[in-house]
Ligand binder design. Structure first.
Ligand code: PLP
Length: 399
Protein backbone atom coordinates (compact mmCIF):
# COMPACT_ATOMS: atom_id res chain seq x y z
CA UNK A 1 0.00 0.00 0.00
CA UNK A 2 1.10 3.62 0.27
CA UNK A 3 4.79 4.34 0.32
CA UNK A 4 5.49 6.60 3.32
CA UNK A 5 8.45 8.34 1.67
CA UNK A 6 6.41 9.36 -1.30
CA UNK A 7 2.94 10.51 -0.35
CA UNK A 8 2.56 13.45 -2.69
CA UNK A 9 -0.55 11.97 -4.29
CA UNK A 10 -1.88 10.16 -1.24
CA UNK A 11 -3.99 11.55 1.54
CA UNK A 12 -2.24 13.37 4.41
CA UNK A 13 -2.93 13.00 8.15
CA UNK A 14 -5.60 15.69 8.00
CA UNK A 15 -7.46 13.94 5.22
CA UNK A 16 -6.34 16.23 2.39
CA UNK A 17 -4.94 15.73 -1.09
CA UNK A 18 -3.28 19.10 -1.65
CA UNK A 19 -6.08 21.61 -1.15
CA UNK A 20 -8.84 19.02 -1.65
CA UNK A 21 -10.52 16.53 0.67
CA UNK A 22 -11.21 16.95 4.38
CA UNK A 23 -14.43 16.12 6.20
CA UNK A 24 -17.11 18.80 5.83
CA UNK A 25 -19.88 17.15 7.78
CA UNK A 26 -22.66 18.16 10.13
CA UNK A 27 -21.63 17.92 13.77
CA UNK A 28 -24.17 15.13 14.30
CA UNK A 29 -22.20 12.90 11.94
CA UNK A 30 -18.85 13.55 13.57
CA UNK A 31 -18.77 10.53 15.96
CA UNK A 32 -19.54 8.07 13.12
CA UNK A 33 -16.88 9.43 10.79
CA UNK A 34 -14.36 9.78 13.62
CA UNK A 35 -14.81 6.12 14.62
CA UNK A 36 -14.01 5.13 11.05
CA UNK A 37 -11.08 7.50 10.76
CA UNK A 38 -9.51 6.19 13.94
CA UNK A 39 -9.88 2.54 12.99
CA UNK A 40 -9.83 2.02 9.24
CA UNK A 41 -6.07 1.76 8.69
CA UNK A 42 -5.50 -0.38 11.77
CA UNK A 43 -8.19 -2.81 10.66
CA UNK A 44 -7.45 -3.09 6.96
CA UNK A 45 -3.75 -3.60 7.61
CA UNK A 46 -4.31 -6.56 9.94
CA UNK A 47 -3.14 -9.84 8.36
CA UNK A 48 -6.45 -11.62 9.03
CA UNK A 49 -8.36 -8.79 7.33
CA UNK A 50 -6.09 -8.93 4.31
CA UNK A 51 -6.46 -12.70 4.20
CA UNK A 52 -10.26 -12.68 4.32
CA UNK A 53 -10.45 -9.82 1.79
CA UNK A 54 -8.09 -11.56 -0.66
CA UNK A 55 -9.86 -14.88 -0.23
CA UNK A 56 -13.28 -13.41 -1.02
CA UNK A 57 -11.88 -11.46 -3.96
CA UNK A 58 -10.51 -14.73 -5.30
CA UNK A 59 -13.34 -17.17 -4.59
CA UNK A 60 -16.39 -14.90 -4.71
CA UNK A 61 -15.55 -11.96 -6.97
CA UNK A 62 -13.40 -13.97 -9.38
CA UNK A 63 -10.07 -12.16 -9.01
CA UNK A 64 -7.53 -11.71 -10.39
CA UNK A 65 -9.48 -10.40 -13.37
CA UNK A 66 -7.71 -11.11 -16.66
CA UNK A 67 -5.43 -8.63 -18.40
CA UNK A 68 -6.37 -9.28 -21.99
CA UNK A 69 -4.25 -8.36 -25.02
CA UNK A 70 -6.84 -6.96 -27.43
CA UNK A 71 -5.10 -7.65 -30.74
CA UNK A 72 -7.69 -6.29 -33.14
CA UNK A 73 -8.15 -3.16 -31.05
CA UNK A 74 -4.36 -2.82 -30.91
CA UNK A 75 -4.13 -2.86 -34.70
CA UNK A 76 -6.74 -0.17 -34.89
CA UNK A 77 -4.83 2.16 -32.58
CA UNK A 78 -1.32 1.24 -33.65
CA UNK A 79 -0.20 0.31 -30.12
CA UNK A 80 -0.31 -2.72 -27.84
CA UNK A 81 -3.62 -2.40 -26.02
CA UNK A 82 -4.56 -4.45 -22.98
CA UNK A 83 -7.95 -4.50 -21.29
CA UNK A 84 -8.14 -4.95 -17.53
CA UNK A 85 -11.28 -7.04 -17.30
CA UNK A 86 -13.18 -5.63 -14.30
CA UNK A 87 -16.28 -6.42 -16.34
CA UNK A 88 -15.74 -10.06 -15.36
CA UNK A 89 -16.12 -9.38 -11.64
CA UNK A 90 -19.17 -10.84 -9.90
CA UNK A 91 -22.08 -8.38 -10.38
CA UNK A 92 -20.42 -7.04 -13.53
CA UNK A 93 -18.16 -4.21 -12.41
CA UNK A 94 -15.35 -3.11 -10.11
CA UNK A 95 -17.74 -1.76 -7.45
CA UNK A 96 -17.80 -5.05 -5.58
CA UNK A 97 -14.08 -4.74 -4.68
CA UNK A 98 -15.01 -1.81 -2.47
CA UNK A 99 -18.22 -3.20 -0.99
CA UNK A 100 -16.44 -6.42 0.05
CA UNK A 101 -13.76 -4.34 1.77
CA UNK A 102 -16.25 -2.12 3.56
CA UNK A 103 -18.47 -4.93 4.78
CA UNK A 104 -15.47 -6.74 6.28
CA UNK A 105 -14.51 -3.49 7.97
CA UNK A 106 -18.07 -2.97 9.23
CA UNK A 107 -18.09 -6.45 10.77
CA UNK A 108 -14.84 -5.77 12.59
CA UNK A 109 -16.26 -2.50 13.91
CA UNK A 110 -19.09 -4.55 15.40
CA UNK A 111 -21.76 -3.16 13.06
CA UNK A 112 -24.86 -5.20 12.30
CA UNK A 113 -26.56 -3.11 9.65
CA UNK A 114 -25.61 -1.37 6.44
CA UNK A 115 -27.01 1.76 4.88
CA UNK A 116 -26.16 3.07 1.41
CA UNK A 117 -27.51 5.33 -1.29
CA UNK A 118 -27.55 4.61 -4.97
CA UNK A 119 -28.23 6.57 -8.15
CA UNK A 120 -28.37 4.19 -11.08
CA UNK A 121 -28.51 1.25 -8.70
CA UNK A 122 -25.13 -0.32 -9.47
CA UNK A 123 -23.62 0.53 -6.08
CA UNK A 124 -26.89 -0.49 -4.43
CA UNK A 125 -26.68 -3.91 -6.07
CA UNK A 126 -23.02 -4.35 -5.08
CA UNK A 127 -23.94 -3.41 -1.51
CA UNK A 128 -27.03 -5.65 -1.40
CA UNK A 129 -24.86 -8.50 -2.68
CA UNK A 130 -22.27 -8.32 0.09
CA UNK A 131 -24.97 -7.84 2.74
CA UNK A 132 -26.62 -11.09 1.59
CA UNK A 133 -23.18 -12.71 1.62
CA UNK A 134 -22.57 -11.65 5.21
CA UNK A 135 -26.15 -11.95 6.45
CA UNK A 136 -26.34 -8.27 7.33
CA UNK A 137 -29.46 -6.13 7.22
CA UNK A 138 -29.31 -3.60 4.41
CA UNK A 139 -31.22 -0.42 3.61
CA UNK A 140 -30.59 1.41 0.36
CA UNK A 141 -31.99 4.89 -0.27
CA UNK A 142 -32.75 5.68 -3.88
CA UNK A 143 -34.47 8.68 -5.44
CA UNK A 144 -38.05 7.88 -6.41
CA UNK A 145 -37.35 9.02 -10.00
CA UNK A 146 -34.25 6.80 -10.16
CA UNK A 147 -36.28 3.85 -8.87
CA UNK A 148 -38.66 4.27 -11.79
CA UNK A 149 -35.79 4.63 -14.28
CA UNK A 150 -33.77 1.71 -12.94
CA UNK A 151 -36.41 -0.86 -12.17
CA UNK A 152 -34.26 -4.00 -12.80
CA UNK A 153 -31.66 -2.89 -10.25
CA UNK A 154 -34.38 -2.15 -7.69
CA UNK A 155 -35.71 -5.69 -8.13
CA UNK A 156 -32.19 -7.16 -7.98
CA UNK A 157 -31.66 -5.49 -4.61
CA UNK A 158 -35.04 -6.76 -3.37
CA UNK A 159 -34.30 -10.32 -4.48
CA UNK A 160 -31.08 -10.08 -2.48
CA UNK A 161 -33.09 -9.14 0.61
CA UNK A 162 -32.35 -5.41 0.72
CA UNK A 163 -34.96 -2.83 1.64
CA UNK A 164 -35.02 -0.10 -1.00
CA UNK A 165 -36.42 3.15 0.36
CA UNK A 166 -37.54 5.89 -2.05
CA UNK A 167 -36.14 9.36 -1.42
CA UNK A 168 -39.07 11.69 -1.89
CA UNK A 169 -37.44 15.09 -1.27
CA UNK A 170 -35.96 17.57 -3.75
CA UNK A 171 -35.43 16.28 -7.27
CA UNK A 172 -35.90 12.71 -5.98
CA UNK A 173 -32.52 11.62 -7.39
CA UNK A 174 -29.04 10.77 -6.09
CA UNK A 175 -28.35 13.82 -3.93
CA UNK A 176 -31.66 13.43 -2.12
CA UNK A 177 -30.97 9.74 -1.57
CA UNK A 178 -27.56 10.75 -0.15
CA UNK A 179 -29.18 13.18 2.27
CA UNK A 180 -31.59 10.53 3.50
CA UNK A 181 -28.87 7.90 3.89
CA UNK A 182 -26.80 10.39 5.93
CA UNK A 183 -29.81 11.18 8.09
CA UNK A 184 -30.38 7.47 8.64
CA UNK A 185 -26.74 7.06 9.71
CA UNK A 186 -26.96 9.99 12.11
CA UNK A 187 -29.99 8.34 13.73
CA UNK A 188 -28.33 4.90 13.92
CA UNK A 189 -24.69 5.62 14.76
CA UNK A 190 -23.80 2.59 16.86
CA UNK A 191 -25.08 -0.41 14.91
CA UNK A 192 -24.90 0.86 11.32
CA UNK A 193 -22.09 1.36 8.79
CA UNK A 194 -22.59 3.60 5.77
CA UNK A 195 -21.06 2.18 2.57
CA UNK A 196 -20.08 4.87 0.07
CA UNK A 197 -19.57 3.63 -3.48
CA UNK A 198 -16.78 5.78 -4.88
CA UNK A 199 -13.72 7.79 -3.82
CA UNK A 200 -16.00 10.56 -2.58
CA UNK A 201 -17.40 11.64 0.76
CA UNK A 202 -15.66 12.86 3.91
CA UNK A 203 -12.22 11.59 4.90
CA UNK A 204 -11.46 8.67 5.36
CA UNK A 205 -13.83 7.36 2.65
CA UNK A 206 -11.87 8.48 -0.43
CA UNK A 207 -8.65 6.93 0.87
CA UNK A 208 -10.39 3.79 2.11
CA UNK A 209 -12.19 3.18 -1.19
CA UNK A 210 -9.01 3.89 -3.20
CA UNK A 211 -7.13 1.31 -1.13
CA UNK A 212 -9.80 -1.34 -1.71
CA UNK A 213 -9.82 -0.62 -5.44
CA UNK A 214 -6.01 -0.51 -5.65
CA UNK A 215 -6.11 -4.28 -6.17
CA UNK A 216 -6.72 -3.38 -9.84
CA UNK A 217 -3.28 -1.82 -10.41
CA UNK A 218 -1.64 -4.29 -8.02
CA UNK A 219 -2.73 -7.07 -10.36
CA UNK A 220 -1.91 -5.05 -13.46
CA UNK A 221 1.74 -4.80 -12.39
CA UNK A 222 2.03 -8.56 -11.94
CA UNK A 223 0.15 -9.35 -15.15
CA UNK A 224 2.07 -6.83 -17.26
CA UNK A 225 5.33 -8.29 -15.98
CA UNK A 226 4.16 -11.72 -17.12
CA UNK A 227 3.08 -10.39 -20.51
CA UNK A 228 5.82 -7.90 -21.32
CA UNK A 229 8.55 -8.31 -18.70
CA UNK A 230 7.82 -4.82 -17.38
CA UNK A 231 5.24 -3.83 -14.72
CA UNK A 232 4.97 -0.31 -16.13
CA UNK A 233 2.78 0.48 -19.13
CA UNK A 234 3.11 3.70 -21.13
CA UNK A 235 -0.53 4.62 -20.58
CA UNK A 236 -3.43 3.73 -18.30
CA UNK A 237 -6.91 4.90 -19.31
CA UNK A 238 -9.96 4.88 -17.01
CA UNK A 239 -13.34 6.58 -16.97
CA UNK A 240 -14.25 8.85 -14.05
CA UNK A 241 -17.62 9.24 -12.41
CA UNK A 242 -16.67 9.70 -8.77
CA UNK A 243 -13.36 8.12 -9.69
CA UNK A 244 -13.05 4.78 -7.90
CA UNK A 245 -12.14 2.54 -10.83
CA UNK A 246 -9.67 5.18 -12.02
CA UNK A 247 -8.17 5.54 -8.53
CA UNK A 248 -7.73 1.77 -8.40
CA UNK A 249 -6.20 1.55 -11.86
CA UNK A 250 -3.81 4.47 -11.21
CA UNK A 251 -2.96 3.77 -7.56
CA UNK A 252 0.32 1.85 -7.87
CA UNK A 253 1.52 4.03 -10.74
CA UNK A 254 0.94 7.45 -9.21
CA UNK A 255 4.59 7.99 -8.38
CA UNK A 256 6.00 6.56 -11.61
CA UNK A 257 5.94 9.62 -13.80
CA UNK A 258 6.76 7.64 -16.94
CA UNK A 259 3.34 6.05 -16.81
CA UNK A 260 0.88 8.42 -18.48
CA UNK A 261 -2.39 8.33 -16.59
CA UNK A 262 -5.52 9.41 -18.45
CA UNK A 263 -8.90 10.03 -16.81
CA UNK A 264 -11.90 10.24 -19.10
CA UNK A 265 -14.96 12.23 -18.09
CA UNK A 266 -18.39 12.19 -19.69
CA UNK A 267 -18.90 15.17 -21.99
CA UNK A 268 -22.56 14.20 -22.52
CA UNK A 269 -23.85 16.15 -25.52
CA UNK A 270 -20.64 18.23 -25.55
CA UNK A 271 -18.59 20.04 -22.90
CA UNK A 272 -20.22 23.37 -23.71
CA UNK A 273 -23.71 22.03 -24.41
CA UNK A 274 -25.04 22.60 -20.90
CA UNK A 275 -25.68 18.85 -20.76
CA UNK A 276 -22.49 17.19 -19.58
CA UNK A 277 -20.65 15.77 -16.61
CA UNK A 278 -17.14 16.98 -17.51
CA UNK A 279 -16.22 18.16 -14.03
CA UNK A 280 -12.60 19.21 -14.53
CA UNK A 281 -13.50 21.18 -17.66
CA UNK A 282 -16.42 22.98 -16.05
CA UNK A 283 -16.03 22.68 -12.30
CA UNK A 284 -14.75 24.96 -9.56
CA UNK A 285 -13.66 24.19 -6.01
CA UNK A 286 -16.50 23.71 -3.58
CA UNK A 287 -17.88 21.26 -1.05
CA UNK A 288 -19.82 18.22 -2.24
CA UNK A 289 -20.81 15.06 -0.38
CA UNK A 290 -18.63 16.01 2.62
CA UNK A 291 -15.37 16.91 0.95
CA UNK A 292 -13.73 19.87 -0.77
CA UNK A 293 -13.32 19.06 -4.42
CA UNK A 294 -14.07 20.26 -7.93
CA UNK A 295 -17.73 20.38 -8.81
CA UNK A 296 -20.02 21.77 -11.44
CA UNK A 297 -21.82 24.74 -9.93
CA UNK A 298 -23.55 27.98 -10.80
CA UNK A 299 -22.11 31.45 -10.03
CA UNK A 300 -23.74 31.37 -6.60
CA UNK A 301 -22.58 27.87 -5.78
CA UNK A 302 -25.66 25.79 -6.61
CA UNK A 303 -24.72 22.32 -7.83
CA UNK A 304 -25.45 21.99 -11.53
CA UNK A 305 -27.45 18.92 -12.57
CA UNK A 306 -25.02 16.72 -14.53
CA UNK A 307 -25.90 14.78 -17.66
CA UNK A 308 -24.41 11.75 -19.39
CA UNK A 309 -25.91 8.87 -21.36
CA UNK A 310 -24.10 6.69 -18.85
CA UNK A 311 -25.77 6.61 -15.44
CA UNK A 312 -22.50 5.78 -13.64
CA UNK A 313 -20.73 8.93 -14.88
CA UNK A 314 -23.66 11.22 -14.23
CA UNK A 315 -22.14 12.89 -11.13
CA UNK A 316 -21.52 16.63 -10.65
CA UNK A 317 -18.13 16.25 -8.94
CA UNK A 318 -15.08 14.00 -8.72
CA UNK A 319 -13.33 12.54 -5.71
CA UNK A 320 -10.80 14.86 -4.02
CA UNK A 321 -7.87 12.66 -5.06
CA UNK A 322 -8.77 13.35 -8.69
CA UNK A 323 -9.19 17.07 -8.09
CA UNK A 324 -5.61 17.00 -6.78
CA UNK A 325 -4.31 14.80 -9.60
CA UNK A 326 -5.87 17.25 -12.06
CA UNK A 327 -4.51 20.28 -10.18
CA UNK A 328 -0.95 18.91 -10.11
CA UNK A 329 -1.11 17.75 -13.71
CA UNK A 330 -0.18 14.19 -12.73
CA UNK A 331 -3.25 12.84 -14.51
CA UNK A 332 -4.39 14.12 -17.87
CA UNK A 333 -8.16 14.67 -17.93
CA UNK A 334 -9.98 14.37 -21.24
CA UNK A 335 -13.61 13.76 -22.09
CA UNK A 336 -15.75 11.76 -24.47
CA UNK A 337 -19.29 12.58 -25.64
CA UNK A 338 -22.29 10.25 -25.60
CA UNK A 339 -21.86 9.61 -29.33
CA UNK A 340 -18.15 8.90 -29.06
CA UNK A 341 -18.69 6.50 -26.17
CA UNK A 342 -21.54 4.62 -27.87
CA UNK A 343 -19.47 4.20 -31.03
CA UNK A 344 -16.48 3.00 -29.01
CA UNK A 345 -18.66 0.52 -27.13
CA UNK A 346 -20.03 -0.94 -30.37
CA UNK A 347 -16.53 -0.97 -31.86
CA UNK A 348 -15.28 -3.10 -28.97
CA UNK A 349 -18.15 -5.50 -29.52
CA UNK A 350 -17.24 -5.84 -33.19
CA UNK A 351 -13.48 -6.05 -32.77
CA UNK A 352 -13.13 -8.12 -29.61
CA UNK A 353 -16.51 -9.70 -28.84
CA UNK A 354 -16.84 -7.68 -25.64
CA UNK A 355 -19.78 -5.33 -25.04
CA UNK A 356 -18.60 -2.86 -22.39
CA UNK A 357 -20.57 -0.83 -19.89
CA UNK A 358 -21.19 2.61 -21.38
CA UNK A 359 -19.07 4.09 -18.57
CA UNK A 360 -16.10 1.97 -19.70
CA UNK A 361 -16.82 2.84 -23.33
CA UNK A 362 -15.87 6.44 -22.47
CA UNK A 363 -12.36 5.27 -21.58
CA UNK A 364 -12.15 3.40 -24.90
CA UNK A 365 -13.42 6.44 -26.81
CA UNK A 366 -10.49 8.51 -25.57
CA UNK A 367 -7.93 6.25 -27.32
CA UNK A 368 -8.58 8.02 -30.62
CA UNK A 369 -7.52 11.35 -29.06
CA UNK A 370 -3.92 10.10 -28.68
CA UNK A 371 -1.10 9.41 -31.12
CA UNK A 372 0.67 6.30 -29.88
CA UNK A 373 4.07 4.95 -30.85
CA UNK A 374 4.01 1.45 -32.29
CA UNK A 375 5.66 -0.06 -29.20
CA UNK A 376 3.51 1.76 -26.61
CA UNK A 377 1.86 -0.44 -24.00
CA UNK A 378 -1.63 0.89 -23.26
CA UNK A 379 -3.96 -0.45 -20.57
CA UNK A 380 -7.65 0.44 -20.59
CA UNK A 381 -9.51 -0.33 -17.39
CA UNK A 382 -12.73 -1.96 -18.54
CA UNK A 383 -14.72 -1.06 -15.43
CA UNK A 384 -17.90 -3.00 -16.25
CA UNK A 385 -19.91 -5.07 -18.68
CA UNK A 386 -22.65 -3.85 -20.97
CA UNK A 387 -25.50 -6.16 -19.96
CA UNK A 388 -27.06 -3.49 -17.76
CA UNK A 389 -26.90 -1.04 -20.69
CA UNK A 390 -28.60 -3.16 -23.32
CA UNK A 391 -31.67 -0.90 -23.36
CA UNK A 392 -29.45 2.12 -24.02
CA UNK A 393 -27.59 0.33 -26.82
CA UNK A 394 -30.94 -0.68 -28.36
CA UNK A 395 -32.32 2.85 -28.14
CA UNK A 396 -29.09 4.15 -29.68
CA UNK A 397 -29.70 1.70 -32.52
CA UNK A 398 -26.73 2.53 -34.78
CA UNK A 399 -25.08 -0.86 -35.00
C1 PLP B 1 -20.28 3.15 -11.14
C2 PLP B 1 -19.49 2.84 -12.35
C3 PLP B 1 -18.49 3.71 -12.82
C4 PLP B 1 -18.22 5.06 -12.22
O1 PLP B 1 -17.78 5.04 -10.91
P1 PLP B 1 -16.26 5.36 -10.50
O2 PLP B 1 -16.32 5.50 -9.04
O3 PLP B 1 -15.86 6.60 -11.22
O4 PLP B 1 -15.44 4.20 -10.93
C5 PLP B 1 -17.74 3.33 -13.93
N1 PLP B 1 -17.98 2.16 -14.56
C6 PLP B 1 -18.93 1.30 -14.15
C7 PLP B 1 -19.13 0.03 -14.89
C8 PLP B 1 -19.72 1.61 -13.03
O5 PLP B 1 -20.68 0.76 -12.64
Amino acid sequence: MSNKQNTRFHVNEQGYYGQFGGAYIPEMLYPNVEELRENYLKIIQQPDFKEEFDHLLKTYVGRPTPLYHAKRLSEKFNATVYLKREDLCHTGAHKINNTIGQILLAKRLGKEKIVAETGAGQHGVATATVCALMGMECIVYMGKIDMERQRPNVERMRILGTKVVPALSGSMTLKDATNEAMRHWINNPTDTHYIIGSVVGPHPYPDMVARFQSVISEEMKIQLTEETGNPFPDYVFACVGGGSNAAGAFYHYLHDENVNLVAVEAAGKGVDSGESAATTALGKPGVLHGSKTLLMQTQDGQVVEPYSISAGLDYPGIGPIHAHLFDTGRVKFVSATDDEAMNAGIQLGRLEGIIPAIESAHALAALSQFEFDQDDIVVVNLSGRGDKDLETYIRWGKY
